[in-house]
Write a protein that binds this ligand. Structure first.
Ligand SMILES: [Zn+2]
Length: 160
């Protein structure tokens, strides 16, 4: 474990070596990659663009680096959203079970809120884990939209 150095952040440039989907009925996705760790300096205020060169293929990648204070704020916002999603998930689930389980009098249809609650259950179920993960690892460094040779790359947070 590296000790964090104030004013800097470590990120890994992930070079995707291969991304294959095999199989017909049961699909298996196998991805191989190589991570290269960089230490980048954070700006004093606002944001700053840094250039990172992938050691595997020499592609130059542009990343946007924000201040630690800003990264911390984003982590808090993501965690709050994650908690809200959990609340919405259980509320929508309880409502859907309640409404769906009722025996309706003839000629009466389910309220409009019923399909909305079903959608809310699925959406929050998918989104909540993503928010929780990003709320933990978000480091304020993001890969800027990159043209073709940079496509097969991503930035990964490195735990300090
Ligand atoms: Zn590369």
């Amino acid at each position: 474990m590296n000790r964090p150095i104030p004013g800097t952040v470590e990120v890994a440039v992930r070079h995707i070596l291969s991304d294959k989907v095999t199989g017909f009925l049961v699909r298996t996705r196998s991805i191989t990659w190589k991570d290269s760790v960089f230490r980048v300096r954070r700006p004093g205020t606002g944001k700053q663009t840094v250039e990172l060169t992938c050691p595997v293929c020499d592609a130059s990648l542009l990343a946007e680096v924000r201040t630690e204070a800003r990264a911390r704020r984003t982590r808090i916002v993501l965690r709050v959203l994650a908690v809200l999603c959990v609340i919405v998930f259980f509320a929508a689930l309880a409502y859907a079970v309640h409404e769906g389980g009722r025996t309706l009098p003839e000629g009466q249809s389910l309220p409009a809120l019923f399909p909305i609650s079903i959608v809310a259950v699925f959406v929050t179920f998918a989104v909540t884990p993503v928010l929780f993960i990003h709320g933990r690892v978000h480091n304020g460094v993001s890969l800027l939209d990159a043209p073709k040779p940079r496509r097969r790359h991503s930035l990964r947070p490195v735990k300090g």
